[in-house]
Design a protein around this ligand. Structure first.
Ligand SMILES: Cc1cc2nc3c(=O)[nH]c(=O)nc-3n(C[C@H](O)[C@H](O)[C@H](O)COP(=O)(O)OP(=O)(O)OC[C@H]3O[C@@H](n4cnc5c(N)ncnc54)[C@H](O)[C@@H]3O)c2cc1C
Length: 486
């Protein structure tokens, strides 16, 4: 057991997992959360709580969810998600740039980490609503994302906070860490620009730089300052900057980020009352058009999990940084819950001409031309099936749709206005598989660890849905262990 004093910077999933892990190994743990209590929990609290883990079948699902009834088990096909599946998905979507050591830690520790959280009392549920469809009377999971935290992101943060508090982790809110100075073998951690406290080890888990318009424009490029932020306003790159001041190396896709289709009229930062409800992720079942009325991406390139995180940046590149997702009656029953929230930018009409008029800022004639060309290009001999990549595609268009193509011909029609919502940034600190922060010689900076969004090297171009919470938990747990080792 360790008697070290460990400071944790951050208040989201990664920070709380790090705190629990360090504390269970005997350290004296103090967690500094920049946000006030009401806004605590970072981006983690905005999530739906979807967590990507490997599992070899229903028995491992039951280990995480001992409350599952026999009926639920009999009526559900959970499938499985192997380490090889997770490696394939992470490799494919990152164009094989993901750091193999970090990827291995994330994947091989995913299930053991959820089991660890379960042992601490965190409850999980099957992600029925968003990741399964009913086929022949049975719920069937698809896309490798099967587990959610009870109560979503808010429930997860509440449960982790309760566990940490019971373990005697000290939590300070409204405590922004503004500088970290090395003082021989100790770290002086400065809070809110004045008070300093001394620690043996520091774990940085305070998010990326997505909430700084200035850093977005600097690293992601022109117009990223105009993107809306899906989550917390507090992740302004502090942890990355403070670690760099201590000699840390940075790594990863600094001009890349996770960004999605987000309601056109959403506020500039996330709203905890709406959570992730501003996202609009059912585009695989319709078409997405820009202000010229033209399609500009393959809505059916892959399952939603493997395209949504890169399509926000495609929307940002369009005229006026906006797009509309268009659906007809045939597919409305497939739209996710977020399409039915009160705060939605939606128009509907009985004709395509009227719909074109009602979508603010869209060239109506261009839109009609696009729908006609699209309807005529569909390979209709292939049956539509939303649970598999059905291959029901278009042929001969400048931008084809690879799966789930259906004619847009059944009124009333609905269209949803979206813009780019940034989730988190991909570039960050270089760490090793011990979660130790490395310097630019590749050596560990003694006593300094990092976990969560501010770690670079895992994601490039794109991201497999549900990996953020998993990575935060795996690296947080590892950082807590490393910070307490001799
Ligand atoms: C709307 C939305 C939905 C999402 N849905 C999912 C999902 O379903 N599944 C999934 O896996 N991922 C999801 N994500 C991504 C996921 O939220 C992140 O990958 C993950 O939560 C990051 O955890 P973290 O602990 O690293 O960062 P955060 O949870 O953002 O925590 C960072 C913390 O650091 C604090 N902080 C910042 N600066 C300082 C400072 N100087 N001093 C002290 N504290 C500081 C912040 O206040 C915050 O509490 C979603 C994100 C958003 C925004």
């Amino acid at each position: 057991m360790s008697s070290r004093r460990v400071a944790i910077v951050g208040g989201g999933n990664a920070a709380l997992c790090a705190a629990i892990s360090a504390r269970e190994h005997g350290a004296h743990v103090v967690l500094f959360e920049r946000a006030p209590f009401d806004l605590r929990g970072g981006n983690s609290r905005f999530t739906a709580g979807a967590i990507r883990t490997t599992y070899d079948g229903v028995e491992q699902i039951r280990e995480l969810m001992p409350d599952l009834t026999d009926d639920e088990i009999a009526n559900t096909d959970f499938g499985q998600y192997s380490e090889a599946d997770f490696f394939d998905d992470l490799g494919r979507v990152t164009q094989y740039r993901t750091d193999p050591d970090l990827a291995e830690l994330l994947i091989t520790e995913s299930f053991p980490t959820l089991r660890w959280l379960r042992e601490h009392g965190v409850r999980f549920l099957p992600l029925y609503g968003r990741q399964s469809f009913e086929i022949d009377g049975k719920r069937r999971f698809w896309g490798g994302l099967t587990v959610e935290a009870w109560g979503g992101g808010q429930g997860l943060i509440d449960q982790l906070t309760e566990i940490a508090t019971k373990l005697d982790v000290t939590i300070h809110y409204e405590s922004r860490v503004t500088a970290i100075e090395r003082n021989e073998s100790k770290y002086n951690v400065r809070i809110n620009g004045h008070k300093s406290q001394s620690f043996d080890r520091v774990i940085l888990a305070c998010g990326g730089f997505e909430s700084s318009a200035e850093m977005r424009a600097r690293y992601l490029g022109p117009n990223w300052d105009l993107a809306k932020v899906r989550g917390t306003k507090f992740n302004t790159g502090d942890g990355i900057r403070m670690a760099q001041e201590l000699g840390a190396a940075t790594v990863g896709h600094w001009s890349g980020c996770h960004a999605v289709a987000w309601d056109l009229n959403a506020p500039m930062f996330g709203d905890l009352a709406v959570g992730d409800g501003f996202q609009k992720h059912s585009y695989p079942f319709g078409i997405v058009i820009n202000a010229n009325g033209e399609r500009f991406l393959d809505e059916g390139a892959d399952f939603r999990n493997y395209t949504y995180a890169k399509y926000g940046s495609e929307i940002l590149k369009q005229p006026n940084h906006l797009a509309w997702q268009v659906f007809d009656q045939k597919v409305l029953h497939l739209l996710r819950d977020e399409y039915r929230i009160q705060e939605v930018t939606k128009v509907s009409a009985d004709t395509l001409e009227e719909l074109g008029d009602r979508m603010g800022g869209v060239d109506q004639a261009g839109f009609i031309r696009t729908v006609q060309a699209y309807n005529n290009a569909i390979e209709e001999t292939i049956p539509f099936n939303p649970t598999v990549k059905d291959g029901r595609c278009t042929n001969g268009l400048t931008v084809n749709k690879s799966n789930w193509a259906n004619r847009i011909d059944s009124p009333p029609y609905e269209a949803y206005g979206v813009t780019c919502g940034i989730t988190f940034t991909f570039g960050g600190l270089q760490v090793d598989a011990e979660a130790s922060v490395l310097d630019d010689q590749g050596d560990q900076i003694e006593g300094l660890y990092a976990a969560g969004e501010l770690v670079g090297g895992l994601y490039f171009h794109n991201y497999p849905g549900g990996s953020g919470l998993m990575a935060g938990a795996v690296f947080g747990r590892k950082a807590g262990l490393s910070a307490t080792s001799e």
